[in-house]
Design a binder for this molecule. Structure first.
Ligand code: AMP
Length: 112
């Protein structure tokens, strides 16, 4: 499948790995929108959060557990934001479900 994030997970495209387990892979965003900007992806390819229900409960839970682990690892104790853009209106640019983890500084109040 011609998917950028599948290639990153497979190591065919380089990335700066932040976290990995059986179900998830996380790496630094190439165009960071905060001091800390990590992209957390499901290892199993699903297009977006709306399709993520097709994953196992274990895989779904692993994604949320990974958020907390990455936040601790990245010293985001003062807070952070997660974003999962979905589809055209959500400005999703890569069609493989991912969660942005943004922090390391005071973020803006607006979410959209
Ligand atoms: P989205 O627009 O929500 O689909 O997010 C896709 C994200 O992937 C964007 O924030 C991009 O900057 C990021 N991105 C695209 N290509 C790469 C890459 N090769 N390595 C790391 N991040 C990337």
């Amino acid at each position: 499948m011609d998917c950028l994030f599948c290639k990153i997970i497979a190591g065919q495209i380089p990335s700066t790995k932040v976290y990995e387990d059986e179900y998830c892979y996380a790496f630094r965003d190439i165009a960071p929108q905060a001091k800390c900007h990590v992209v957390l992806v499901s290892k199993e390819h699903v297009a977006n959060v709306a399709d993520a229900a097709s994953l196992s409960d274990t895989a779904l839970a692993a994604m949320l557990r990974a958020v907390g682990k990455i936040a601790a690892q990245e010293n985001l104790q003062e807070g952070f934001r997660i974003v999962s853009n979905c589809g055209k209106n959500g400005c999703q640019s890569v069609g493989h479900w991912h969660i942005h983890i943004l922090g390391g500084e005071q973020l803006g109040e607006k979410m959209a």
